[in-house]
Design a protein around this ligand. Structure first.
Ligand code: C2E
Ligand code: CA
Ligand code: CA
Ligand code: CA
Length: 279
């Protein structure tokens, strides 16, 4: 109980203090984990619907905390996003992923496009483009091996500035994909203006395919829209043969989901890659 002014008291519920404490604890632990290099990336393949070959992979962060065990990204990313910590985390992830691409290439592997998640809030903070460019140069990796998954919200916020940043990324040959498409509130006119290459349909629409007739219509419409705009479509969270067949019939380009692959550690992923063919 906290005294507030003369006679009024403000009560903090137990739950709130527990939440606040947990947040503070997590934030400190993320800082520590960054310093100790305690995170690692896993890679979830995306396959081409027609050939069923791996054409890309999404890099996803993993944290095995020494005391608390596995802490999922859904728990600590939002905490990091509440401060500048997320910028450190982003640079750390970009460095790790681009370094890894470079290592695989040195091992003679054909590396597909690897995507990294950059939540939209970070676009206005720090210098994302310079940091990506520097890291690519540091490891001598060309931009077209990298994809950035942005969120749909970016299509709404600070439109002009974000378009500029995306265009600078495109100048580096980096692919841009709009993650969790359909869950936000992007306006179609922004979508036309935005220099993005891929729409990634959110898992929540895929889950109920083909039982939910509404979801079927939405997914079909997104695929048609994307193709009309010259963009390609990835469906995320595909778990069954039926979903795969249905999406294939609708002309979806790529699939990501447990039906084909769960996220793989770097060695298991590397095994799936082809050797570069010398002609
Ligand atoms: P997201 O970007 O939508 O990532 C897809 C999530 O769905 C991943 O969970 C992935 O493992 C999971 N997934 C993929 N296929 C299936 C499937 O068929 N079935 C089910 N049930 N799940 C599937 P994960 O790795 O736990 O990531 C959760 C969220 O955390 C991500 O959602 C993303 O928003 C965030 N995240 C993960 N890694 C990073 C990162 O490196 N940086 C940032 N900023 N965010 C990250
Ligand atoms: Ca993603
Ligand atoms: Ca997603
Ligand atoms: Ca999602």
């Amino acid at each position: 109980v906290k005294k507030n002014g003369k006679n009024s008291f403000v009560y903090f519920s137990n739950e709130m203090t527990i939440k606040a404490k947990k947040r503070l604890y997590l934030e400190q632990e993320v800082r520590l984990a960054l310093a100790n290099d305690d995170f690692h990336m896993v890679y979830q393949p995306k396959i081409d619907v027609k050939t069923q070959r791996i054409t890309g992979a999404e890099a996803l962060i993993r944290w095995h905390h020494p005391k608390n065990g596995i802490i999922p990204p859904n728990e600590f990313i939002p905490v990091a996003e509440q401060s500048d910590l997320i910028l450190k985390l982003d640079s750390y992830i970009l460095d790790k992923v681009i370094n890894q691409i470079s290592r695989w290439q040195k091992e003679g592997l054909e590396v597909p496009v690897i995507s990294v998640n950059i939540p939209s809030r970070e676009f206005q903070r720090g210098d994302l483009v310079a940091s990506v460019q520097d890291t690519l140069r540091k490891y001598q990796v060309v931009g077209n091996r990298l994809e950035i998954e942005i969120t749909e919200r970016l299509l709404m916020d600070h439109c002009e500035d974000n378009i500029k940043i995306l265009n600078r990324l495109k100048d580096l040959d980096i692919h841009i994909s709009v993650d969790d498409f359909g869950t936000g509130y992007s306006s179609l006119s922004y979508l036309v203006q935005f220099p993005c290459d891929v729409l990634k349909i959110d898992k929540s629409f895929i889950d109920q395919l083909p039982q939910s007739k509404d979801n079927c219509k939405i997914v079909e419409a997104i695929i048609m829209l994307a193709h009309k705009l010259g963009k390609s479509v990835v469906a995320e969270g595909v778990e069954t043969e039926v979903q795969y067949q249905y999406l294939s019939a609708l002309g979806c380009d790529q699939i990501q989901g447990y039906y084909f692959y769960k996220p793989l550690n770097k060695n298991d992923f590397a095994i799936k890659l082809d050797k570069v063919q010398f002609k």
